[in-house]
Design a protein around this ligand. Structure first.
Ligand code: 5GP
Ligand code: ZN
Length: 130
């Protein structure tokens, strides 16, 4: 059983931010910033790509609720909401989870940098659209 399934089953303790029949949100142990939270489905899926679209949609509804709760009560200025999907993207726990990382200022202990590349956009589009 994966570590998040163990948490969901109550075999490993966690700090619960939100819970309903199908979803759980807990404080991330690493606390990249103050209030760093993980939202996950109770049903095991390895990652977002493995979820049926309707369940992925419900997950994002819960992310919206939890992010607003954090935004309202922690007095942050914004947040990064992200998912690492598969090892190549940095996923270490293979159970779908969304990170909500509250932001207090531009120097918070997290760095997300979008670099620029000059790919042929028509070629990219044709490949994606098949
Ligand atoms: P990933 O790298 O897969 O996107 O994120 C996994 C996250 O799970 C990491 O930020 C890590 O700190 C967190 N994490 C790993 N094990 C535990 C645990 O046992 N409890 C909690 N609350 N968080 C965990
Ligand atoms: Zn699991």
């Amino acid at each position: 059983m994966c570590i998040f399934c163990e948490i969901i089953d109550g075999n490993i303790p966690s700090k619960k931010v939100y819970e309903d029949d199908n979803f759980l949100a807990i404080l991330d142990l690493s606390q990249t910033t103050y209030g760093h939270t993980l939202v996950m489905p109770k049903k095991h899926y390895d990652n977002f790509l493995a979820m049926p679209a309707n369940e992925a949609g419900k997950l994002m509804e819960v992310v919206n609720i939890v992010a607003n709760k954090i935004y309202k009560n922690l007095d942050c200025k914004g947040c990064n909401i992200l998912m690492n999907t598969n090892e190549v993207a940095g996923q270490t726990v293979m159970h779908t989870h969304v990170h909500i990382i509250p932001r207090y200022n531009e120097n918070d202990s997290i760095e997300i940098k979008f670099t620029e590349n000059k790919f042929d956009l028509d070629e990219v589009l044709n490949k994606i659209n098949g």
